[in-house]
Design a binder for this molecule. Structure first.
Ligand code: GLN
Ligand code: ZN
Length: 766
C-alpha cells in the first residue's frame, strides 16, 4: 500500500477559472458544438487543474490531487456510474447498456414530457444536486467508465491522482423512492445490490492506476435525512466490510464532510479501509479518538465553505491535537470539497489589496494545506514563517478600518425593537388599504429581458450614462405598472429591473461588502453565482430602493409594494465574515433594512415585502444547533421590520413548500402576509398551514414559475378552491410561486391573465 499524502484537498472547483465548462456545456446543449469539442474542452480543463494543483504544491504522483471533475453533478455521476437511472430514461442507454454524456445531460435536464431529475440542496451549502430515483425496478450495473478514463488520462499525463466518487451509502440515502416503488419504499434497502458494482469499479480504478480512491459519504454526518444516523452507520459498516474485502482495489479514503461524524467515527475506524477524512471546521476536534491502528486520519482544518485566510496556526494546532489523541498517521486537508469557493483570489485585480490579504479562495487554500503538510512532516518550526504571516493578516483584519465601525456598534437594541403592535391591531389598521377578498399580487420581479441585461451591462462598462440608464429603468417601470393595471392586480410591484441579483444589489449599495469580478461558485449544473463578500460592519450610506418604489407608486393609485431582501438571505448568499457570531452580522444588516423601511414609509409606501427565501436553507444539519439558529435568524427579521407602523403591511416571501419544517419560525417572523411556493405540490401545503393554526395572511403560489408552461384558468381555479376550502378567506392572497424574472413576457402575461380570471370566478362564491 502506498502511504496517504500528508496534504490534500477533498475536491476542486470544476467550472473553470473563467467558467469555461459552463460555456462549453451550454454551447453543446444549444447545438453550437459537438460532443468531441465538449470532451476535449473538458479534458483540457482537467489537465489544467492537475497542472495547477501540482504547481501549488500537491504531489504529482502520491494521490494528493483529487480527480473530482464533473460535467454537471457528482451525485448524478455516481448514479450513472452504477446505472441507477430513472426508468423513463432507460431507453437512452447505448446498445451495450452504457450511459453516455448526451443521456447523462438528458437525465439532468429532462426532455419533452420526460421530467428532469429533481434538484435539492447539498447538505448545508448553496450547491444543488440531482436526486436519484431508486425502486425495485432499478438494476445496478457499471454503466459509465468516465472516472476510470480520467484516471487513465491523468496517468498518461504523468499524474497519479485520487478518483473521487459519492459512496454507496450517501448515494442511496439521498435517493428518493421511484414512482414505481410501493408506499414506504426505502432506497437504502438496495445497498447489497449496489455494492458489487462499487467493487467492480474499485477493481477497474486500480487497474487504471489509482493507488487511492475517495468515497464521499457526507450522509454519515446528517441528521436531516429520512434514515437516522444509527441506520446510516450500520449501512456504512456493511458497505465497507464488502468493499474493504476486495483484494484488487485501491486504498480507500472515506470522507465525511459538512459536520461532526460523532459515534460513526468509531464505525469507520473499525472498518477495513485505510483513511478517514473528518470535518474539523464544522465539527471541531473530538474529545477522544477510537482506536485507529494504522489508518490515516485526514483532518479537514481548512474551511472549504468560506473564503477567509483564517487562523492557520489554529488549524495546525488541530492536527497536532489529533496526534496527541493517539492518531499515528495524520494528514492535512480542506474540511469539504473546494467546489464551494471561487478559483483564485489573485484574479481579483479590483479588490482592495488589504482585503485580498485576508482572503483565501481555492488556490490559496491549496497553498495552506501544502504548508500544513510540510509542518506535519518537518515540525512546526519549518512553517513558522507562514503561520506567522497568516496570524499577522488576521490581526490586521481585526483592527482594519471598516471591520468595526463605532457608529454601527453604538446602536443599542431594546427588546421592543424586535416587536410590532399586536397582529389584531395591525389587521385593523391595514383595512385602510382597501384590498378586496383574495388580493392579487406578484412576488416582485418581472421578466429580466435581454434589453434590461444589455442596458445594465452597458451602464456597468461605462458605455451608458447614468441618466440614460435611469431613464431606461423608469420606462421599464412604466410598462410593468401599466401591465399590472391592465391585468387588474390589486397590489403592484415595480418589477426590480435595476437588480442584477436580489442579494448582490443590496451588497453593492451597503457598506461592509465587496463584490468580486470572477468569484463564481457552482450552484447547480452549468449555473454559478457570484457571492458578495461581507467583510466589515454593515451600514447604509443612503436609501437604496426608495426612489424606485416611489416612482412606481406615483404611477398608480393602487398600492405598490416596497421590495427588500431580508438579512438571513443576504447572509446566506454571501461569503460572510467569520470573526463574530452570524447573529450579530445579521442584526447589522437588519438595522440597515430597518432604516430603509422607515424611509419607504416616509415616502408613502404602505406595503413592504422583505424576502427570506433562504430561511430554510441555512437551517443547521444538527437538530441541536437549530434552536439557536432560529433564534437569531427570526430575530434579525423582526429587528428589520419591527419599526414599521401598525398600518404598514409587512410581507415576506419564502421559496419552498416544506412549510411544516419551519412553521414555528414562520409564525415567529410575524409578517402580516407570507407568500410561499405551492403550485408544484398542488396546494398540499394549505393542509399543513391549517393544521398548524397559522392565522396571518398567506399567499400559497398558484403558478409554477420554474417552467415556461402556462397554467390554465380551470387548473388555477381548482388550486384556489382547494385553498379556500382549507383556510379562511380573510387570510388568503393570490400570487405566483416566486418572482417572474426568469420567465418570458408571453407566458408571464398569459399566466397572470389566467390567475386573474380564476380569482374572479372564485371571488363570486366567497
Ligand atoms: N422578490 C424576489 C423576486 O421576485 C424574490 C425572489 C426569490 O424569492 N428568490 O425576484
Ligand atoms: Zn421565491
Amino acid at each position: 500500500m502506498t502511504a496517504f499524502p500528508a496534504g490534500t484537498i477533498l475536491g476542486y472547483p470544476r467550472i473553470g477559472r473563467r467558467r469555461e465548462l459552463k460555456k462549453a456545456v451550454e454551447s453543446f446543449w444549444a447545438g453550437r458544438s459537438d460532443l468531441a469539442e465538449l470532451e476535449s474542452t473538458a479534458a483540457e480543463l482537467r489537465a489544467a487543474t492537475r497542472a495547477r494543483l501540482a504547481e501549488l504544491g500537491l504531489g504529482r504522483e502520491d494521490s494528493a490531487i483529487p480527480e473530482s471533475f464533473s460535467f454537471y453533478d457528482q451525485v448524478l455521476d455516481a448514479a450513472v456510474t452504477v446505472g441507477a437511472i430513472p426508468a423513463r430514461f432507460e431507453d437512452l442507454r447505448d446498445a451495450d447498456g452504457s450511459i453516455g454524456l448526451p443521456a447523462y445531460f438528458t437525465i439532468a435536464r429532462g426532455e419533452g414530457d420526460r421530467a428532469a431529475s429533481e434538484m435539492t440542496k447539498w447538505f448545508d451549502s448553496n450547491y444543488h444536486y440531482l436526486v436519484p430515483e431508486i425502486g425495485p425496478e432499478t438494476t445496478f450495473s457499471l454503466s459509465n467508465d468516465s472516472l476510470v478514463q480520467q484516471v487513465r488520462e491523468a496517468v498518461a499525463g504523468g499524474y497519479r491522482t485520487r478518483p473521487v466518487i459519492v459512496g454507496p451509502v450517501t448515494l442511496l440515502a439521498l435517493a428518493k423512492a421511484s414512482d414505481a416503488a410501493p408506499e414506504g419504499y426505502d432506497p437504502l434497502s438496495r445497498l447489497d445490490d449496489v455494492l458489487p458494482v462499487y467493487v467492480e469499479l474499485l477493481g477497474r480504478l486500480k487497474a487504471a492506476g489509482a493507488d487511492w480512491v475517495q468515497l464521499d459519504e457526507p450522509a454519515l454526518v446528517s441528521e436531516s435525512l429520512p434514515a437516522d444516523p444509527a441506520t446510516l452507520a450500520d449501512a456504512a459498516h456493511r458497505a465497507l466490510a464488502v468493499l474493504g474485502a476486495e483484494s484488487e482495489r485501491p486504498s480507500i479514503l472515506v470522507a465525511a464532510p459538512y459536520a461532526a461524524l460523532g459515534d460513526t467515527l468509531a464505525v469507520l475506524a473499525a472498518a477495513p479501509i485505510e483513511a478517514i477524512a473528518i470535518d474539523l471546521v464544522r465539527g471541531g476536534v473530538p474529545a477522544a479518538l477510537p482506536e485507529l491502528g494504522e489508518k490515516t486520519l485526514v483532518g479537514g482544518v481548512i474551511d472549504g465553505h468560506n473564503i477567509w485566510r483564517g487562523d492557520l496556526a489554529g488549524a495546525f494546532g488541530k492536527l497536532e491535537q489529533l496526534r496527541a489523541l493517539g492518531a499515528v498517521s495524520v494528514a492535512a486537508s480542506t474540511s469539504t470539497s473546494l467546489l464551494h469557493v471561487p478559483h483564485d483570489v489573485s484574479d481579483e485585480s479590483l479588490l482592495d489589496d488589504r482585503l485580498v490579504s485576508w482572503l483565501a479562495f481555492a488556490d490559496q487554500k491549496v497553498g495552506q494545506v501544502v504548508t500544513l503538510a510540510a509542518g506535519l512532516a518537518q515540525g512546526a518550526d519549518a512553517i513558522a514563517e507562514e503561520l506567522q504571516a497568516a496570524s499577522s493578516a488576521l490581526a490586521d483584519r481585526r483592527d482594519a478600518p471598516g471591520v468595526r465601525d463605532g457608529a454601527v456598534r453604538g446602536r443599542t437594541l431594546a427588546d421592543a425593537d424586535f416587536a410590532r403592535a399586536p397582529y389584531e391591531a395591525r389587521e385593523e389598521a391595514q383595512r385602510a388599504l382597501g384590498l378586496p377578498a383574495l388580493p392579487l399580487t406578484t412576488i416582485g420581479s418581472f421578466p429580466q429581458t435581454g434589453d434590461i441585461r444589455r442596458a445594465r451591462a452597458q451602464f456597468t462598462r461605462g458605455e451608458l450614462p447614468a441618466d440614460d440608464y435611469e431613464d431606461f429603468l423608469k420606462r421599464e417601470i412604466d410598462s410593468v405598472v401599466a401591465l399590472q393595471e391592465d391585468l387588474g392586480l390589486d397590489v403592484l410591484v415595480h418589477g426590480e429591473p435595476e437588480r442584477n441579483d436580489m442579494v448582490q444589489y443590496f451588497a453593492e449599495n451597503l457598506d461592509g461588502f465587496a463584490v468580486t469580478q470572477h468569484g463564481w461558485v457552482q450552484s447547480y449544473g452549468s449555473r454559478a453565482t457570484r457571492p458578495s463578500i461581507l467583510w466589515g460592519d454593515v451600514s447604509r450610506p443612503a436609501p437604496i430602493t426608495v426612489s424606485w418604489a416611489s416612482y412606481a407608486q406615483s404611477l398608480s393609485v393602487k398600492p405598490v409594494k416596497g421590495m427588500l431582501t431580508g438579512p438571513v438571505t443576504i447572509l446566506a448568499w454571501s461569503f460572510v465574515r467569520d470573526d463574530q457570531p452570524l447573529g450579530e452580522t445579521a442584526n447589522q444588516v437588519a438595522l440597515a433594512l430597518r432604516d430603509e423601511i422607515g424611509d419607504l414609509e416616509a415616502a408613502g409606501i404602505g406595503i413592504i415585502q422583505v424576502d427570506e427565501p433562504a430561511l430554510r436553507e441555512l437551517l443547521p444539519l444538527k437538530s441541536i444547533d437549530q434552536p439557536a439558529y432560529l433564534d437569531w435568524s427570526v430575530g434579525s427579521f423582526r429587528l428589520a421590520t419591527g419599526g414599521a407602523a401598525a398600518a404598514t403591511q409587512i410581507h415576506t416571501h419564502l421559496c419552498y413548500s416544506e412549510f411544516g419544517v419551519v412553521i414555528d419560525a414562520i409564525r415567529a417572523l410575524d409578517a402580516d402576509v407570507t407568500s410561499i411556493e405551492a403550485a408544484r405540490s398542488r396546494m398540499d401545503v394549505v393542509d399543513d398551514i391549517a393544521a398548524n393554526g397559522f392565522d396571518h395572511g398567506i399567499g400559497p403560489g398558484v403558478y409554477d414559475i420554474h417552467s415556461p408552461r402556462v397554467p390554465g384558468v380551470d387548473e388555477i381555479e381548482v388550486l384556489l378552491r382547494r385553498a379556500v376550502d382549507a383556510l379562511p378567506v380573510r387570510q388568503l392572497w393570490v400570487n405566483p410561486d416566486c418572482g417572474l424574472k426568469t420567465r418570458g413576457y408571453d407566458e408571464t402575461v398569459a399566466s397572470l391573465r389566467n390567475i386573474v380570471e380564476a380569482t374572479r370566478r372564485v371571488r363570486e362564491d366567497v
